[in-house]
Design a protein around this ligand. Structure first.
Ligand code: PA5
Length: 447
C-alpha cells in the first residue's frame, strides 16, 4: 500500500480514457527500459534501485556526522546548485517550521545555502552572518567543476580558515562529490576533508536519496531512514505493475502526455502550503532538465495558492489555454487553528467562524480546481495524507520514476542536460577563460 494518491477525474473533459490508454504499450516499454536499464541514458539509472539498496553503514555514518555537526555549528552552509542543492532544500523546508530562522529554541543547526547563485550581495550578506555564528560547510558538486559552487567554496573556505584556523576548519568541511574525478575530489583529498560519494550512475537531479540530500536533511534534524523507507515503499509499488490502473507513475506520465498532445504545453505545479515551495522548485528542475530537449517537452511552472491566486490566478483562469495544473494536495495539517467569531462581524466572515483554517484552505483548493476546469485548465491531483519524511520519500520516488517514464514517452534522454552548456560557454568566453580565445573574439563582436 502506498500513501500517495493520484486523481485525474478533472482531466476527463479534456482527454478521453481512450487517449490516455493509448499510451499503454509505450508505457510497458518505458517501464521495462527503466527497470532493466535498457533505455536512453541507461548509465544514469542507479537511482531506480537506490531506496532498496541504501545501506545501513552509509546511514549510520551520515547520522554520526550530522550529530557531530550539531555539536559545533548553529548554521550549516550547504554549497551546491541544481540537483546538488534543490532536493535537500525541498525536503528540509517542507518539514521545517515555517519560521525556523526566527526561532530561538532550535535544537538543530539552521541549514542555509550558498553557491546556488553568483550574487555578490548575497555573498556579502552571508559572510556578515557567518561572522556572528558558529558554522560548518558542506560542499556538493558531482562534477567538481561547476562555477557557482566553486566560487562560493573558495570564499567560504577562506572565511572558515580565518575564523577557526586551518586545522579546525578542515574538520568543519564535508565534500560530496565523484568517487575519483574532478577538482573538488582532488582538493578534498589534498586538504583531508571527509568526503561522501555521489554514485557514478546517479545524476544530480535524481540524487536526493544519496548523501547529497541525506546529509543536509539529517543535519537539519529529520529522519533520513523514514525518508528512505517511504521511497522504498514507492519503489516496490511502481516496480510491480506495468498496467495503467495499477501504477500511479504510469498514470501521471500518460495523463500529462495526453494533455501535451492536445496542446497543453505548460504544467503548473500548485501547492496550498508555503513550505512546499521548494518541492515545486525541485520538481521544476527534475522535469525541466529531463524533458526539455530536442524542441520537445512540457514546460514546468509553479505557483503557491492561495497567494498566487491574487497574481497568477487571472492568467490561469482566462489567459492562453495551453496550460494544465497538477495540485500537490496535503490532506491533514499538523496544527489546529479555528477562525474566530467577531461580535461586529464587519468583514462578514462569521459564517466561517469555528471552522479550521485548513477547511477554508481546502474549500479554496476545491473551488479553484472547479473554476480552472470551467476556464479550460485540466486538473490532476496528487495527494498525501500529511507532510512527513515517509510520505516525502514516496513523493520523491514517484516524481522521479514518472519523470523517467514521461521523458521516454517523448523519446528523449531524461538523464542528460546538454542545453545547460550554452550559457556556460558564453560566460566563460566573456570572462576570458583560457582555451576560449576564439569564442571570446566571436562573442565580443555580438555585444
Ligand atoms: O541535475 C543535474 O545533473 C544538474 O542540475 C546538476 O546537479 C547541477 O548542474 C550541478 O552539478 P554538479 O553537482 O556537477 O556541480
Amino acid at each position: 500500500m502506498i500513501h500517495l494518491k493520484l486523481d485525474y477525474a478533472k482531466v476527463k473533459s479534456f482527454v478521453t480514457d481512450h487517449e490516455i490508454n493509448a499510451f499503454q504499450q509505450d508505457l510497458v516499454k518505458a517501464h521495462q527500459d527503466l527497470i532493466n536499464k535498457s533505455g536512453k541514458g541507461n548509465d544514469f539509472l542507479g537511482w531506480v534501485n537506490l531506496p532498496s539498496e541504501i545501506d545501513d553503514e552509509l546511514l549510520n555514518s551520515i547520522e554520526n556526522d550530522a550529530q557531530a555537526i550539531r555539536g559545533m555549528a548553529e548554521l550549516y552552509v550547504v554549497i551546491g546548485i541544481g540537483g546538488s542543492y534543490l532536493g535537500a532544500r525541498a525536503v528540509i523546508e517542507a518539514l521545517n517550521h515555517n519560521f525556523a530562522a526566527l526561532k530561538k529554541d532550535n535544537k538543530y543547526p539552521l541549514v542555509i545555502y550558498a553557491g546556488q547563485n553568483i550574487s555578490e550581495d548575497y555573498m556579502h550578506d552571508l559572510l556578515e552572518i557567518l561572522e556572528q555564528k558558529d558554522y560548518a560547510l558542506c560542499v556538493i558538486s558531482k562534477s567538481g567543476t561547476t562555477t557557482e559552487p566553486a566560487v562560493a567554496f573558495r570564499i567560504l573556505k577562506n572565511h572558515l580558515e580565518k575564523k577557526y584556523g586551518k586545522l579546525n576548519a578542515e574538520k568543519r568541511i564535508i565534500a560530496i562529490t565523484d568517487k575519483s574525478r574532478g577538482a573538488l575530489k582532488k582538493l578534498a583529498d589534498d586538504e583531508g576533508y571527509k568526503t561522501y560519494v555521489v554514485p557514478d550512475d546517479v545524476g544530480g537531479r535524481y540524487s536526493v536519496l544519496t548523501p547529497v540530500g541525506l546529509l543536509p536533511i539529517a543535519v537539519a534534524g529529520f529522519d533520513i531512514r523514514k525518508l528512505a523507507e517511504g521511497a522504498k515503499n514507492m519503489q516496490l509499488h511502481l516496480a510491480q505493475s506495468t498496467t495503467l490502473p495499477d501504477n500511479v507513475a504510469l498514470q501521471y506520465a500518460a495523463v500529462r502526455n495526453a494533455l501535451y498532445n492536445k496542446g497543453k504545453t505548460i504544467e503548473i505545479m500548485v501547492n496550498y502550503m508555503p513550505n512546499l515551495y521548494y518541492i515545486t522548485e525541485w520538481w521544476k528542475q527534475l522535469y525541466g532538465e529531463s524533458e526539455g530537449k530536442e524542441n520537445k517537452g512540457i514546460f514546468p511552472a509553479g505557483v503557491g495558492f492561495t497567494t498566487d491566486l491574487h497574481s497568477m490566478g487571472q492568467y490561469i483562469q482566462e489567459g492562453i489555454r495551453n496550460i494544465f495544473e497538477t495540485t500537490l494536495s496535503i490532506e491533514k495539517p499538523h496544527h489546529y487553528i479555528e477562525v474566530p467569531s467577531d461580535k461586529e462581524n464587519l468583514d462578514g466572515l462569521n459564517f466561517i467562524a469555528g471552522k479550521r483554517i485548513s477547511e477554508v484552505n481546502k474549500m479554496a483548493e476545491l473551488g479553484t480546481s472547479i473554476a480552472h476546469v470551467d476556464g479550460g485548465v485540466p486538473n490532476i491531483k496528487i495527494s498525501l495524507p500529511e507532510i512527513n519524511e515517509f510520505n516525502l520519500g514516496e513523493l520523491i520516488y514517484f516524481y522521479e520514476f514518472a519523470c523517467g517514464i514521461s521523458a521516454y514517452l517523448i523519446n528523449v534522454n531524461p538523464f542528460d542536460q546538454p542545453g545547460v552548456e550554452a550559457y556556460k560557454n558564453n560566460m566563460f568566453a566573456l570572462l576570458g577563460k583560457p582555451g576560449f580565445e576564439k569564442e571570446t573574439e566571436e562573442i565580443k563582436k555580438r555585444l
